[in-house]
Ligand binder design. Structure first.
Ligand code: NAI
Length: 682
């Protein structure tokens, strides 16, 4: 069978059983994505294949990293109006409709990621076969971009796995591994690599009936049940996000509730809704966040560095977790502290992390074998990178460096996890200061994506690049920052936290302050954040910063620390803690002006962000926004602090600061950076 269509992003092969194998392999890209050009080519191939009446069609990817990562997000940014958005969505829908309507068996052969539009394509096939491997990930993460599936995803997923399971997957945006996908009926077969092609071939030749869910799952789609389930789903979504800030999940529930019995209408509603959402502020900002993430991921990509052995000094909160994370990512790690007893709790925590993440006993054991407790510091001499995470005390750190430097291999790099000390205060102890770089992880290491790469005046460019490449190997996002006190994230966060303390000492209940921040879009309020970080740590960082920036430290913070109320870890801080949970009294009573509280918190944060940009703590405003989003969770739908200022208008915000300055004092004095900010030409 000779299918003669022009093949640019695809390759067609026909075997002796008359099965067509359609290999997707995006030209000039490392990852398969579905842009309009690719969709049009796919459409032409499907038309040609259909006319040859093969025994069956298998769609697979030639990219080693996965099947299809989703729609082409870059194309979204070029959409100018709803009509263009609608055109793109309709194109995807019509191609997948053609695929779904083919009169012979069709199989998606899935390895690696199969996300968004990629999974929608797989759903348009009659069968799905997935590779049994932890790297196989299936999901519909569109809500994270402020939209929802648009190429028929919700129309096909809900009848396949049941309304409730389908909605849960789409509303959370989470992805499933192959076995989880099999369990809910999303894939038909899960097989190891050597059986992949055979499994697909067998499905085509046997052509069993397409999968159907059991009756409880079918029932969840019933017209009489949907209104009730929709209410439950809306309540669940509302606990996390508001319709005002994140309209997409609510739109998805509405569409399912109204149209689940009528696929044609549901497709239409899907398309109209996406076209509307994609032009909204939330989607535009969330797409911006996605692109910022790509920008950070690209840093360090040009440096080829393959470190093997990592040595971590300090097995406390941070060092212990950094060592565990490096081990999880495949490195051999030695972990040093002053005594074996100090290392033991970190080993226990590491074991728990491995159990949670790796699940398989053999893989857990292999990870434990890679992590070696090393109180004598034997690993220093073999390490490609030494990470120091001991007490935040410059003199203690310097003494350690003097001791270990002669033992380190000549080309090893030394990374410090200091959260606030400029590198210039540390590198004097080194014969070769050019190999010291900051690798500032955030707490908890397994959750926080950002790592600040702190470049001191003497840090060699090559060392900084290696630190970024290493961060990517750890699947974290590197952000290059200059070595000024507090670097970027802590420096910007601190005035916001301190303003919260001032508000609390004025009598505003902590829960009211936190509510003001979370309704602005912060993932956690500043009071709870301070308690979680530890009030002693906050005070320590505040002291270091106030030494440089003359920020007053509220007495209340010092009093709490002096009384031993250190936050969550001591059971009491701004809140009392019961079994690790903050006890928050009701916040409805009282006539607090939430808007004023939010303004005071947020404007201090924004003012510091402007100061950091003026001082070039980071290279540009995009990197600053990325740092605050990935380092603190700053309201992603607002696109980052500087983007938010741009949206509201810098002059308006500066006036607000000036008003607060008159009312509340110098801590609100606008930074001189506001003047040059977003000046319109002319
Ligand atoms: P920690 O007090 O939990 O742990 C420090 C560990 O270092 C202790 O186990 C101590 O025995 C060990 N240590 C001290 N001197 C040593 C030496 N000479 N040789 C070997 N081990 C030694 O401290 P934590 O919180 O883990 O902080 C460590 C570093 O990470 C600090 O520089 C801190 O500023 C930074 N950091 C802390 C964050 C946090 O949230 N705790 C977040 C980001 C950075």
């Amino acid at each position: 069978m000779n299918i003669a269509t022009e093949q640019h992003h695809f390759r067609i092969e026909t075997d002796n059983d008359s099965i067509v194998w359609l290999h997707m392999d995006n030209a000039d890209a490392g990852t398969n994505v579905l842009g309009s050009e690719v969709l049009r080519e796919l459409d032409r191939h499907l038309e040609a294949i259909a006319s040859h009446l093969p025994r069956g069609l298998v769609i697979l990817s030639d990219k080693p990293n996965g099947f299809i990562a989703g729609a082409d997000i870059h194309e979204f940014t070029r959409i100018r109006n709803e009509a263009q958005a609608l055109e793109l969505v309709r194109l995807g829908q019509s191609v997948f409709n053609r695929l779904a309507a083919l009169g012979f068996p069709t199989v998606a052969l899935i390895h690696g990621f199969c996300l968004g539009g990629g999974l929608e394509l797989a759903l348009a096939c009659r069968y799905r076969v997935a590779l049994e491997d932890p790297g196989t990930r299936l999901g519909l993460p569109e809500v994270r971009l402020g939209i929802h599936p648009g190429f028929g995803g919700s129309v096909r997923l809900t009848p396949l796995v049941g309304g409730l399971k389908a909605m849960d997957l789409m509303l959370s945006g989470r992805s499933l591994d192959a076995r989880q996908a099999r369990r809910i009926g999303l894939v038909d077969r899960v097989v190891p690599q050597r059986h992949l092609r055979d499994a697909a071939r067998k499905l085509v030749l046997d052509a069993p009936p397409a999968a159907r869910p059991g009756w409880p799952d079918r029932l969840s789609n019933h017209a009489l049940i949907r209104p009730m389930l929709s209410r439950v789903l809306r309540r669940r979504v509302a606990a996390r996000t508001s319709r005002l800030h994140y309209p997409a999940p609510y739109a998805l529930i509405d569409i399912w509730q109204k149209y689940a019995d009528d696929p044609a209408q549901m497709l239409q509603a899907e398309a109209d809704s996406i076209a509307h959402l994609v032009k909204g502020v939330t989607a535009r900002n969330l797409i911006r966040v996605f692109l910022l993430q790509e920008q950070l991921k690209a840093l360090g990509r040009d440096t080829v560095w393959k470190p093997r052995a990592v040595h971590v000094i300090g097995a406390g909160t941070m060092g212990g977790d950094i060592a565990a994370w490096c081990t999880l990512r495949g490195f051999r790690v030695s972990l040093q502290d002053q005594s074996p007893e100090r290392i033991a709790p970190a080993m226990k925590r590491a074991h728990e992390l491995f159990k949670r993440r790796l699940k398989e006993p053999l893989a857990i054991q292999a990870a434990m074998d890679r992590l070696v407790p090393d109180h004598k510091g034997m690993g220093v001499g073999r390490a490609d990178i030494v990470i120091e995470a001991i007490f935040e005390d410059a003199a203690v750190k310097r003494a350690l460096y003097q001791h270990i430097e002669p033992l380190m291999p000549a080309d090893a790099i030394l990374a410090t996890n200091t959260s606030s000390i400029p590198l210039e205060e540390l590198c004097g102890a080194l014969a070769r200061p050019e190999r010291l770089v900051g690798l500032h992880f955030f707490n908890p290491v397994a959750v926080m994506q950002l790592v600040e790469i702190v470049n001191g005046k003497s840090t060699a460019a090559e060392v900084s690049s290696k630190a970024m490449a290493f961060t990517r190997l750890l699947d974290r996002l590197p952000l290059p920052v200059s070595s000024t006190p507090g670097f970027l994230v802590n420096r910007i966060l601190m005035p916001y936290l301190l303003e919260a303390v001032v508000l609390e000492s004025e009598g505003v209940p902590p829960a009211v302050i936190d509510r003001a921040a979370t309704s602005f879009g912060m993932p956690m309020g500043p009071m709870e954040l301070a308690d979680t970080t530890g009030l002693d740590i906050c005070l320590h960082v505040a002291h270091i910063l106030s030494g440089h920036f003359h920020t007053a430290i509220p007495e209340r913070l010092q009093q709490l620390v002096a009384a031993g109320h250190l936050g969550k870890k001591s059971g009491r801080g701004f809140y009392r803690y019961d079994k690790g949970k903050a006890v928050k009294p009701g916040t409805r009573s009282g006539n607090w002006n939430l808007q004023e509280i939010t303004d005071r918190l947020v404007l201090r944060l924004l003012n510091e962000a402007v100061a950091c940009l003026r001082e070039r703590v980071v290279e540009n405003s995009d990197l600053l926004d990325a740092g605050m989003i990935f380092g603190t969770g700053f309201a992603p739908f607002r696109g980052g602090p500087l983007h938010y200022i741009e949206a509201i208008g810098a002059p308006v915000m500066r006036v607000q600061l000036q008003q607060l300055e008159q009312l509340r004092g110098k801590r609100f004095t606008p930074d001189s950076g506001w003047e040059s900010l977003f000046k319109t030409p002319g």
